[in-house]
Write a protein that binds this ligand. Structure first.
Ligand code: MG
Length: 459
């Protein structure tokens, strides 16, 4: 059996891998699966702004309807808003037609649970099996599904208003520069911030799906032009999102890129000051998260990398906030997945309520020194990481194997982890003592090479 689903659903280049035929078949498989659980399933479907989005979405919807599934079409929306819609509309499942931060020639399908969370691995495997078998449920003419359109923007805006101090934001009137990369966030975030009373200047907010001005992955190197504009305008804060707006990264008023760990810690601090409860993050995130949690005497739980596992753990523990080092933050009370829209609103609220600047809030966080690096490795990367772990264990080091191999030191750690999608090994190191992060980084690379003499490594 082929492996269709990756870490983030199905993704590929149009039309070679992902096309209308594929979407139709996937929808029939999902519809057949849902029909096996319930007589009249209802499914929410939304999409991002890609050129191929509309026809992929319509094919997907046809597949569901022909399986006897009713469809609520929410149109172009950020992934977190489709997830929100699923929860609010009490459906049985959902789908987002998106390829997140990938270039414009890509598209993808992300399936959702009825509560809006990403579909569990177990259910995904079941849908995949039906997909491979080609045995689809075909509805009679009398019981084909119905499609209706739903506009969920105002519902989401109302839910956000209920959760923030709108007066504080309205009286501070922060100046926010927003760069949406032409993604789905462009239809939501600038207007939401304005509704809250911010002064907003939006860049790349045309939703033609070409992503011609910048790559939709919001990393430091893709945001060089944005940085120049931010520097010239000197706003209170700048935010950049990926194509489906589940992630948000931030810049200070002088255009300095802020690591996702830090903005997550800032949001964590602010959320915990409102309501205490467990925090969930992955093994790859900075210990700033633990230091902040200590101030509020709450526990931090660490999982494997991936928003699905973080969200699952949050639900299990009744956690109040979760997040990842790449700028994805989860507010389980609102959406069961990363929400880059609400993350932005929360940071703007924190600035407004504190009366401080974004820079000041960041400087108040516990200080850690980090290196985030990657090396190219040919061959079996997972077993290479295990060999590295084995060597270090034999030398008496403490190694956490939750995801990859994380070597723990008194003042920091180094994580060596094989990427799931690229031929690389990620090496993240951190220490509270300046300079030690470099020492741990170099140590991990030399030990990795020592443990894998037969492998070709490119540093
Ligand atoms: Mg995304």
């Amino acid at each position: 059996m082929g492996k269709i689903f990756g870490t983030f659903g199905v993704r590929g280049v149009y039309p070679d891998f992902l096309n209308e035929d594929f979407a139709l078949k996937m929808a029939r498989a999902f519809g057949t699966f849902l029909k096996g659980l319930k007589e009249n399933p209802r499914v929410v479907v939304g999409r991002d702004t890609r050129r191929t989005g509309e026809s992929i979405k319509e094919s997907f919807i046809s597949g569901l309807i022909s399986s006897g599934v009713d469809v609520l079409d929410v149109g172009i929306l950020p992934t977190p808003l489709v997830q929100y819609s699923a929860r609010i509309l009490r459906v049985d499942g959902g789908a987002v037609i998106t390829a997140s931060h990938n270039p414009p020639e890509y598209n993808g399908i992300k399936l959702l649970e009825g509560n809006g969370m990403g579909l569990s691995r177990k259910k995904e495997a079941a849908v995949e099996e039906i997909f491979e078998s080609g045995k689809f449920y075909a509805s009679s003419w009398k019981s084909v599904g119905k499609k209706s359109r739903k506009d969920m923007k105002i519902d989401y805006f109302m839910s956000v208003m209920e959760r923030v101090d709108a007066n504080a934001i309205a009286s501070r009137k922060p100046f926010v520069v927003v760069d949406e990369a032409g993604g789905a966030g462009a239809l939501i975030l600038p207007e939401l911030l304005e509704t809250l009373g911010c002064k907003v200047l939006s860049l790349n907010s045309h939703t033609s799906g070409f992503f011609s001005a910048r790559n939709p992955e919001p990393n430091e190197s893709n945001l060089k032009d944005t940085e120049k504009i931010v520097k010239a305008l000197s706003p209170d804060i700048a935010v950049a999102q990926d194509g489906d707006a589940d992630r948000a990264v931030f810049m200070t008023s002088d255009g300095k890129f802020v690591q996702g760990d830090k903005t997550f810690a800032l949001i964590e601090k602010f959320v915990l000051s409102e309501r205490k409860g467990p925090v969930v993050t992955t093994v790859a995130t900075s210990n700033i998260i633990d230091e902040v949690a200590k101030e509020f005497e709450v526990e931090v739980y660490r999982t494997k990398v991936g928003d699905l596992v973080v969200t699952g753990k949050l639900l299990e523990l009744g956690g109040v906030i979760g997040g990842e080092e790449n700028g994805g933050v989860i507010f389980p009370d609102l959406v069961l997945g990363r929400d880059g829209i609400f993350s932005t609103v929360k940071i703007v609220e924190a600035i407004s309520k504190s009366g401080k600047t974004f820079e000041e809030l960041l400087s108040e966080l516990p200080k850690f020194y980090q290196i985030k690096d990657k090396i190219r490795v040919k061959g079996d990367r997972k077993s290479a990481v295990l060999k590295f772990a084995k060597l270090l264990k034999s030398e008496g080091f403490t190694v956490d194997l939750t995801d990859g191999a994380k070597v723990i030191f008194d003042d920091g750690w180094v994580l060596v982890r094989a990427s799931g999608t690229e031929p690389i090994i990620r090496i993240f190191s951190e220490s509270r003592i300046e300079g030690k992060e470099k020492e741990y980084h170099d140590f991990a690379i030399s030990k990795f090479i020592e443990a894998n003499k037969d492998l070709e490594v490119e540093i």
